[in-house]
Design a binder for this molecule. Structure first.
Ligand code: HGY
Ligand code: MN
Ligand code: MN
Length: 414
């Protein structure tokens, strides 16, 4: 069976990029626009140049390498993913897809292949939302699903605005609109990603071709009471934000379990202020991540969650709910799904079709251009943790499928 991708070169790129983390030895932490992020971008730029790509950085910090087509006027095939990370995450979540694109470019170069249609490899910012909340930021901005004007209100956990962080990164807030893509400017979008679950490993399969991505909502919640002295404030005179938060949080997992239908709910971030051992908490801020394959289930769980949060008002507290992301369940291109499946079979790979429980830029790009998503196995199904792992030979097999599909879709004579 044909094999194309160079697993060793892939390994060197994955591990080379992973040097740029704020938490060496404790997983990958690469926040958008951080020093590590700039170093990572420079590393990817160097690899793209080596692969023979013309490289540019767009107005919001996405890095794009372009292999010109014989007909430059044609809309490109875009291949890529993100290179920001969750805190203490793994080295493959995001980079696997960016480096799959760069490896594809290397393979075109080594074989002297000249695509009819241009090919672009994109390394995107802020997919995880770990710094600015919400997530899927690059793809939502590129496709107009996130309006540029809303950037003015976005701040990170330290109160630094997106625009100030963009400035520090060396980009110009006044130009962010330039990053927004024109309709029809992408012929197709392909993303390779690690599965981040146990299915492929359990079934001994090489790749999964994704037909649907679950709907995803992220809420930011603030419960507000009144700070006070822990010793002199009678229990009946308190407006304790933590008491309200606990009453809400204890209800949320049961809401998801009771709905079933593969609904999941996660409270991943929680911060209590002012945070003194002898001070009654004034505010509690937390996030709520809701997902389900069917939109009616997402909406049902979202409504029940809102009601549960507002129940804290009965304790004399105020509640604020901010919808930081609403991404509908997304069907991916049937045609590209068929192509990816056919190439996997032609390469002798064992593959399955599956639903993605994780969110990806592909779910946003799918509303803008025909989109395909392919998974490679995750050891133990572990992700968003330092132990995240995919064998480089497995990753190379996934890249083979991407390369074969891009070669076909770009009208490249073999
Ligand atoms: O949260 C997710 O599913 C993805 O890792 N951003
Ligand atoms: Mn992730
Ligand atoms: Mn990811």
């Amino acid at each position: 069976m044909a094999r194309y991708a160079n697993a060793k070169r892939i390994q060197l790129m994955i591990e080379g990029l992973d040097r740029f983390t704020a938490t060496p030895g404790q997983g990958t932490t690469r926040a958008t626009f951080s020093q590590e992020f700039r170093q990572g971008s420079d590393f990817l730029r160097a690899r793209m140049l080596e692969a023979g790509l013309a490289v540019r950085e767009d107005a919001i910090g996405n890095l794009i390498g372009r292999l010109e087509g014989r007909d430059p006027s044609l809309a490109p095939i875009v291949v890529g993913s993100h290179f920001d990370s969750v805190p203490h995450g793994g080295k493959f979540d995001g980079p696997a897809g960016v480096i799959a694109g760069i490896e594809t470019a290397f393979l075109f170069r080594e074989r002297g292949l000249a695509p009819e249609r241009p090919i672009e490899i994109i390394a995107m910012i802020e997919e995880e939302g770990a710094r600015f909340g919400g997530g899927l930021m690059a793809s939502r901005l590129l496709t107009g699903q996130l309006d540029v004007t809303s950037l003015a209100d976005i701040r990170d956990g330290d109160g630094i605005s997106f625009m100030d962080a963009l400035c520090t990164y060396g980009l110009e807030p006044a130009r962010v609109q330039e990053a927004v893509l024109q309709a029809g400017s992408v012929h197709a979008f392909l993303e390779l990603h690690i599965e981040q679950g146990p299915v492929l490993e359990t079934h001994g399969e090489d790749v999964a071709i994704i037909d649907r991505i679950v709907g995803q909502v992220e809420l930011g919640v603030t419960i507000r009471g009144r700070a006070g002295h822990a010793g002199t404030t009678p229990m009946g005179a308190r407006r304790d934000a933590l008491e309200g938060a606990v009453s809400v949080l204890s209800k949320l997992p049961t809401l998801a379990r009771d709905i079933g239908r593969d609904a999941v709910l996660t409270v991943g971030k929680l911060e209590l202020k002012p945070g003194g051992a002898n001070v009654i908490p004034e505010t509690v801020d937390f996030t709520i991540d809701i997902r389900a394959p069917e939109e009616e289930v997402v909406r049902d769980l979202l409504a029940k969650t809102r009601t549960a949060v507002e129940g804290a008002r009965s304790l004399g507290l105020s509640t604020e709910i901010r919808e930081q992301l609403y991404a509908r369940p997304t069907l991916l291109s049937r045609e590209i799904h068929a192509k990816l499946s056919a190439h996997a079979a032609a390469l002798g790979l064992k593959s399955r079709s599956m639903v993605s429980g994780a969110g990806h830029d592909a779910m946003i790009m799918a509303d803008f251009a025909p989109t395909g998503l392919i998974f490679v196995p995750s050891r133990g199904g572990i992700s968003h943790a330092p132990e995240e792992w995919t064998d480089y030979d497995q990753l190379a097999r996934g890249v083979d499928v991407v390369f074969a599909a891009v070669r076909e879709m770009s009208g490249t004579a073999v």
